[in-house]
Design a protein around this ligand. Structure first.
Ligand SMILES: O=P(O)(O)OC[C@H]1O[C@](O)(COP(=O)(O)O)[C@@H](O)[C@@H]1O
Ligand SMILES: [Mg+2]
Ligand SMILES: [Mg+2]
Length: 320
């Protein structure tokens, strides 16, 4: 099996970008180790703090954020970093070539129940027309991403990543400490009857989304044998869909604060949209391509429908 470094070189990825990816992944190995130790490493449970979005921070959210932030702001290739757990962009090096955004720990509610969690990251070229440490650095559409990926800390730790080409999957080999290529190209099937959505929000959805699910569950013949799969971690739900198709949905709803759903554009929707598209799937928000939306603020939320082409189109046609 090929090592990550070899694959990136064969893909023609520039050396500086390879170095930055390796820096991020060095931290992911540290996080993977702590996750695997669980209670023994003292990483379970909550802190007394909330992040800028009013969510209670878990100890692992804070630890993963600190590990990633520290290593990245030390790296001269990095101009600025943005994180779900930071109020604003954190400046690193004014001459840095790249900016990095991340969700240090996605699926925080799964931490204490030994469920799937992951780290999502994305790399963009740095801008020279705005201050190196300002949020403006990150107001770029997802099409500008030069790399997007996630590390899923499950029964094994997996890296799923694209540097613009195919979405590839690597497995962390704990015996030598490196990522090895285990699937050179993920291909999302065009059709699928699986869907991932928090059905408990049904009463808050707007009418078109309710109608879509009424059709899907009760009348639509092609969904007769559909199955729901919900991890409560987008990274885990999207991983399943990248492997075997399906629809991931997090719509907007009527509750105050949920007008744009829950998923954050910069460090959740955009990197996962790039991986989905480069695996042959679709990624949309209110019927539009997610990758074309530039964030207007760091923690902007967007409704999300991504996965196999057919169910994504069917969902969007119901909204139209
Ligand atoms: O179960 P809920 O409350 O609908 O939320 C699940 C969603 O929230 C998230 O966990 C948010 O991510 P964080 O854990 O990084 O805050 C998504 O990954 C997931 O799809
Ligand atoms: Mg998240
Ligand atoms: Mg998070």
């Amino acid at each position: 099996m090929k090592r990550l470094n070899t694959v990136l070189k064969e893909d023609g990825v520039e050396t500086d970008l390879i170095l930055l990816i390796r820096t991020i992944l060095a931290t992911s190995k540290e996080i993977a180790f702590r996750v695997s130790q669980g209670e023994l490493a003292g990483v379970l449970g909550s802190t007394l703090n909330e992040n800028v979005q009013g969510e209670v921070q878990k100890k692992l959210d804070v630890i993963a954020n600190q590990l990633l932030k520290d290593i990245l702001i030390d790296d001269t290739l990095v101009k600025s970093v943005a994180s779900e757990e930071e109020d604003h962009a954190v400046g690193a090096h004014p001459d840095g070539k790249f900016i990095v955004a991340f969700d240090p720990l996605d699926g925080s509610s799964n931490i204490d129940v030994n469920g799937q969690i992951g780290t999502i990251f994305t790399i963009y070229p740095a801008r020279d027309d705005v201050a190196y440490d300002s949020d403006e650095q990150f107001k770029q559409p997802g099409t500008n991403q030069v790399c997007a990926g996630y590390v899923l800390y499950g029964p094994s730790s997996l890296l799923v990543m694209s540097t613009g080409g195919p979405t590839r999957c690597y497995t962390l080999d704990c015996t030598h400490g490196g990522y090895l290529l285990t699937n050179k190209q993920l291909n999302v099937p065009k059709q699928s009857r699986e869907f991932a959505v928090n059905m408990a929000n049904y009463r808050y959805w707007d009418e078109p989304t309710q109608v879509y699910f009424d059709k899907l569950l009760y009348t639509c013949e092609s969904f007769e044998k559909s199955s729901m799969r919900w991890n409560a971690a987008m990274v885990g739900d999207v991983h399943r869909i990248l492997c075997r198709g399906g629809l991931f949905l997090y719509p907007q709803d009527k509750r105050t604060g949920n007008e744009n759903g829950k998923i954050r554009l910069l460090y959740e929707a955009n990197p996962l949209a790039l991986l989905m598209e480069n695996a042959g799937g679709s990624a949309t928000s209110r019927g539009k391509r997610i990758l074309d939306i530039a964030p207007s603020s760091l923690h902007q939320r967007v409704p999300v429908a991504m996965g196999s082409d057919e169910p994504v189109e069917f969902y969007n046609s119901t909204l139209a």
